[in-house]
Ligand binder design. Structure first.
Ligand SMILES: Cc1cc2nc3c(=O)[nH]c(=O)nc-3n(C[C@H](O)[C@H](O)[C@H](O)COP(=O)(O)O)c2cc1C
Length: 430
């Protein structure tokens, strides 16, 4: 069996599955039960100055039969006294010395505040600190969370202040509520961060009750924006992780978070550069025991791939994630319909006819049976027919042997520019 241990900027854990800082890591009771269940690490629910949480604070988006496709919350950081949390952290670390215990912190953007909390938390024995610059609601109004996480200068300064006092590795947790995630990732690096983690939740309003006209959720008839997470946010998170991983100016380890529900999601994040993952919504939806399947699935996958260590996965797909300008414009695929498995539902025909390139014909055979056929010369290889097809494998996208050599848009522009130079030289010569 492969070695599942990871080392994230010096923080080691028996496997790459950590619980993210959130309700599942609110107390020692929970974190200890999670470690017993098999989680390799946990980031304790964010500590800071005590706050008051609202009653009614979660909402979910159930989509087309899937419960909790997305999850929304207006919860703030820990509402339990700091001293109680510290005592429980101490006890948890003592009981589980080999698990990764990281504590999430959020204080006002003041040097002395960061020094004070870092020292207090490290005194009880933790493996690392995570600075929460991501919470998009409640704390932001107080100049913390995403309010400071959206400003690279503040990310840099606060990371620096935490690092001045810290003896353990410092992970900076980034907010996705920003245009370019690498700007704050680079600020964290300038501040001396040992690693980054992303993403925190995305600004959202889960819905509006069309009978009462209240927001979902609402607190006594009033609502406010919350943070979105769960399976729906995974593509956004994966892109942001990949964007940081492929940026040489970031260059520090990444803890991947956002919509991770199973071992496959975890593998994707690791291939895109994450050294381990953190999970919140999936654990809230299904309980701590989901980690058993995650560990089994990952073990089997690594064995099948012949990999000795889970660390061998990290970043393997990063070189394959590039800018649009580096894609081969001469690469082509076309759709092929397998008429033996096709159920003639016509969804592909309708999708192609109404919203794509009108290249799936409805034909009738000599024996009078109707069937669908792609006019390959008109197919642009958009994938829409395969996406809407309800039968697995009935439509496949097949590579067309190209007659032209690979050519990217960037190469094309360069060639055109050179031609222009040549022409002007010619003109001068003339
Ligand atoms: C109810 C709730 C409370 C959260 N509280 C915190 C928090 O205190 N600190 C923090 O850094 N992130 C907090 N998060 C964000 C999660 O740690 C995580 O970044 C986010 O949920 C994305 O992961 P997921 O898609 O697996 O849920 C919270 C998330 C939820 C759903």
């Amino acid at each position: 069996m492969a070695d599942l241990r990871i080392n994230l900027a010096g923080i080691t854990s028996p496997n790459p599955f950590w619980l993210a800082s959130a309700p599942p890591t609110n107390t020692g009771y929970q974190v200890q039960r999670a470690f017993e269940a098999g989680w390799g690490g946990a980031v304790w629910k964010t500590l800071g100055d005590p706050i008051i949480n609202t009653s009614s604070r979660f909402a979910a988006v159930h989509f087309n039969g899937q419960r909790v496709a997305g999850f929304n919350n207006i919860e703030l950081i820990s509402d339990r006294p700091l001293e109680v949390n510290l005592q429980e952290i101490y006890e948890t670390k003592k009981r589980f010395p080999h698990h990764a215990l990281v504590v999430s912190l959020m204080v006002e953007p003041k040097r002395e505040k960061w020094h004070e909390i870092v020292k207090k938390v490290e005194a009880v024995g933790v493996d690392g600190l995570e600075l929460n610059f991501g919470c998009p609601h409640g704390m932001a109004e107080r100049g913390m969370g995403s309010a400071s996480g959206q400003q690279p200068d503040l990310v840099e300064a606060q990371t620096m202040w935490a690092k001045e006092a810290a003896k353990t590795p410092v992970i900076v947790k980034l907010t996705p509520n920003i245009t370019d995630i690498t700007s704050t990732a680079k600020a964290a690096v300038r501040g001396g961060a040992d690693a980054i983690s992303l993403i925190n939740t995305i600004n959202s309003l889960a819905g509006v009750d069309i009978d009462t006209w209240n927001t979902i959720p609402h607190v006594g008839g009033k609502g406010s924006h919350g943070g979105y997470c769960g399976p729906a946010v995974k593509p956004i998170a994966l892109h942001m992780v990949a964007d940081c991983a492929r940026n040489a100016e970031v260059g520090i380890p990444i803890s991947g978070i956002g919509g991770i529900s199973n071992w496959r999601d975890a593998v994707e994040f690791m291939l895109m550069g994450a050294t381990g993952v953190q999970v919140c919504t999936a654990a809230m939806h299904h309980g701590f025991r989901i980690v058993e399947d995650m560990i089994d699935g990952l073990n089997n996958y690594l064995d099948e791939k012949g990999l000795a260590s889970v660390m061998d996965l990290i970043g393997k797909s990063v070189p394959r994630y590039s800018d649009w300008g580096n894609l081969d414009l001469n690469y082509a695929v076309v759709a092929k319909i397998d008429n033996d498995t096709c159920i003639n539902c016509n969804k592909c025909h309708i999708a192609c006819e109404d919203t794509s390139h009108q290249c799936i014909d409805m034909l009738t055979s000599d024996t009078g049976e109707s069937y669908l056929q792609v006019r390959e010369e008109d197919c642009v290889g958009c994938n829409l027919c395969a996406i809407v097809c309800p039968v697995e494998g009935a439509i496949t996208m097949v590579e067309v042997a190209g007659t032209e050599p690979p050519l990217t848009w960037n190469e094309r522009q360069e060639a055109i520019a050179k031609l222009g130079e040549g022409n002007s030289n010619k003109k001068e010569a003339v």
